[in-house]
Design a protein around this ligand. Structure first.
Ligand SMILES: [Zn+2]
Length: 258
């Protein structure tokens, strides 16, 4: 299993980080991507990656912190991105739900970081909430270049998923998908997305310490619990857990070159 979106550098793991890492790698975990969301966490991610063979890092500034994107901070992100264990730019994107930063500033910060990824031919890890139309419009402008990436923690409709897939993106699923039950005739839209999406476009992720999947919901999340996301996808697609595990690992390796 590859957890393609973890934040084990966060303070929630200060007391037992090593045990959390061990639990993952001793129980079927193959590789993990620790995702930066500001300068400090990008630095910490790289440090974790440098000290652990199977942990990789991304560097980037989250839309919540778009105000901090400027020449100097971008230069630092670029420096971290140049290290050998940094494999993506992210998480970057647009978040019009919380709106802690103006839309204009978020869009500017997103564009600057997309261009950074493009210049270095690196994949992007994208966070998007309540802003898919704007985000898709921006991505389409860059379609001629050959960058690639993942739409992390996807919860939108199949129509939107199709747009991203056509642009060449992978779709990342978190524990949120386990919150929906399927014993009713009225199936949630996310099941339609998972049913329709080609296997070669799926990634699994935890976004830990957040979004613990059932049966761990309400507790701190950790990379090992990515197995519950894989199990849910297997259940919805009516295929084996092994198949989901193998194909998502293959996808992650291909996208991130790990
Ligand atoms: Zn995240």
């Amino acid at each position: 299993m590859i957890d393609t979106h973890a934040h084990i550098d966060f303070k929630e793991y200060n007391k037992d980080r090593e045990e959390v890492i061990k639990r993952f790698f001793n129980n079927g975990g193959e590789k993990m991507i620790n995702v930066g969301c500001d300068l400090q966490s990008s630095k910490r991610s790289y440090k974790l990656a440098k000290n652990n063979e199977n942990i990789f890092a991304s560097a980037g500034i989250h839309p919540h912190d778009a105000d901090s994107v400027n020449k100097n901070s971008l230069k630092i992100i670029e420096e971290i991105a140049m290290h050998y264990k940094t494999i993506a730019i992210g998480e970057i994107g647009l978040d019009f739900f919380k709106g802690t930063t103006s839309r204009e500033k978020q869009i500017e910060a997103f564009r600057l970081q997309i261009e950074l990824a493009d210049n270095h031919n690196m994949p992007v890890i994208i966070h998007c909430r309540d802003a898919h139309n704007d985000l898709i419009d921006i991505l389409k402008e860059y379609k001629t270049s050959n960058w690639k990436g993942v739409i992390h923690c996807f919860t939108a409709s199949w129509e939107i998923a199709k747009e991203y897939i056509n642009l060449g993106f992978y779709i990342g699923f978190t524990g949120i998908i386990t919150y929906y039950k399927d014993e009713f005739n009225n199936k949630p839209e996310i099941f339609k997305v998972i049913n329709n999406i080609p296997l070669d476009r799926i990634l699994i992720e935890t976004d830990c310490p957040y979004l613990s999947p059932i049966p761990k919901r309400g507790k701190r999340n950790e990379p090992l619990y990515v197995k519950h996301v894989a199990e849910k996808i297997a259940h919805i697609k009516k295929i084996s857990f092994e198949e989901v595990k193998n194909i998502t690992s293959k996808n992650a390796k291909k996208l991130f070159g790990i």
